[in-house]
Design a protein around this ligand. Structure first.
Ligand code: NAP
Ligand code: ZN
Ligand code: ZN
Length: 366
């Protein structure tokens, strides 16, 4: 008789889990499945903290399954591979992003857009093919089908590269598919957080003019000097907004909160495009004239496919694009979440799982 899902989940691991919508994270003993033929077993060394993790643990999107172990910006080292695995071997530096499986046979999957598969299995908070709930990267190890594992370029440090697995691909993919990667074009980056600051770096790597539109005047100097943006506008500053009206070819909207859209659409040139990647909790209000009057496009974009994720990483290595990070210990994760809620991070928290999770868990694991 074939083993049940529970019987296959015998590998012990530890995670940081939220138990309810308070979002408070604390250590939890978890299990991972035994190595399947196509599986890669990864010892997790670092995991970035994406704002989606915060939305998820707080149940902002009303789909939380507790206990929830978040985390989908995972980097680490291969510990073991299944017998069919050809792309990876023990000791390889690898990454895992927002998904750990898909149907692998639909039109989207066949075209390399596993992110658009109706059978996508996100890295956490979804029922996996074997009936268990997926647990993410705030954990000591993970077992993933090789198709959903990417090779990490040697020149990118695992901690500074971890955020590329979600933030990086989420901004790279719409820039590629909406033609917002052309030298000389004017790109607006709305919201200078984890996603936004990587968008600035890719925009500059592509030779674009990049303007940040932010709600945080305090980020101006480093946006211009450290991240290389060409201009910085404070969204609430009417004069700055007026001066920038109808100047942008495209805007990547990374804002995690509901904010008025009409003035922001006004920044686009005729035929300009705003691509939503931010996922605020409530519906947006869009005055039709703000779109229709000068042929504007409002589109959405969800992460990116596996082929594009590898392409993005290789390109990031070539152009020296990595995230600006604050490395934290596992014991700091709840404070980090509070700070992230206030946009108080420059520009991504990354948990040093390898050096700190076991210690944090030894004191309080439930
Ligand atoms: P983040 O680091 O918190 O950055 C979001 C930025 O939005 C903040 O730094 C802040 O930038 C701005 N912002 C936040 N609250 C605001 C407010 N009330 N008014 C105006 N601006 C505000 O978050 P992230 O990790 O980059 O994620 C951003 C959003 O993208 C989240 O909603 C996340 O769930 C979503 N996401 C989507 C995908 C996808 O596939 N589409 C993938 C990953 C994440 P300023 O300080 O510059 O204003
Ligand atoms: Zn994310
Ligand atoms: Zn599919």
């Amino acid at each position: 008789m074939a083993p049940t899902a529970a019987e296959q989940h015998t590998r012990k691991a530890v995670g940081l889990a939220a138990r309810d919508a308070s979002g408070h994270l604390s250590p939890l003993a978890i299990t991972r499945r035994s190595t399947g033929d196509d599986d890669v077993v990864i010892k997790i060394l670092y995991c970035g903290i994406c704002h989606s993790d915060l939305h998820s643990i707080k149940n902002d999107w009303k789909n939380a399954k507790y206990p929830m172990v978040p985390g989908h910006e995972i980097t680490g080292e291969v510990n073991e591979v299944g017998k069919n695995v050809t792309k990876f071997k023990t000791g390889d530096r690898v990454g895992v992003g927002c998904m750990v499986n898909s149907c692998q046979s639909c039109e989207s999957c066949n075209k390399g857009f596993e992110n658009l598969c109706l059978g996508i299995i996100p890295t956490y908070n979804l029922v996996d093919l074997d009936g268990t709930i997926t647990y993410g990267g705030y954990s000591s190890m993970v077992v993933v089908h090789e198709r959903f594992v990417v090779r990490f370029p040697d020149t990118i440090p695992l901690e500074k590269g971890a955020p590329l697995l979600c933030a990086g691909i989420t901004v790279y993919s719409p820039m590629k598919y909406h033609g917002l990667n052309i030298p000389g074009m004017h790109l607006g980056v709305l919201g200078l957080g984890g996603l936004g600051h990587v968008a600035v770096k890719f925009g500059k790597a592509f030779g674009m003019k990049v303007t940040v539109i932010s709600s945080s005047p305090g980020k101006k100097q480093e946006a211009l000097e450290r991240l290389g943006a060409d201009a910085f506008i404070v969204g609430k500053n009417d004069e700055e907004m007026k001066a920038a009206m109808s100047t942008m070819d495209g805007i990547i909207n990374t804002v995690s909160a509901n904010i008025p859209m009409a003035p922001l659409l006004g920044l686009l040139k005729p035929n300009g495009k705003m691509i939503m990647v931010g996922l605020p909790e409530k519906p947006m209000e869009i005055p039709p004239f703000a779109l229709v009057a000068t042929n504007k496009t409002l589109a959405g974009s969800l992460i990116g496919g596996m082929r594009d994720t590898q392409e993005m990483l290789d390109l990031a290595a070539k152009h020296n694009v990595t995230a600006d990070i604050e490395v934290i210990g596992a014991e700091y994760v709840n404070t980090a979440m509070e700070r992230l809620a206030k946009a108080d991070v420059r520009y991504r928290f990354v948990i040093d799982i390898g050096n700190t999770l076991d210690k944090a868990a030894a004191t309080t694991t439930e």
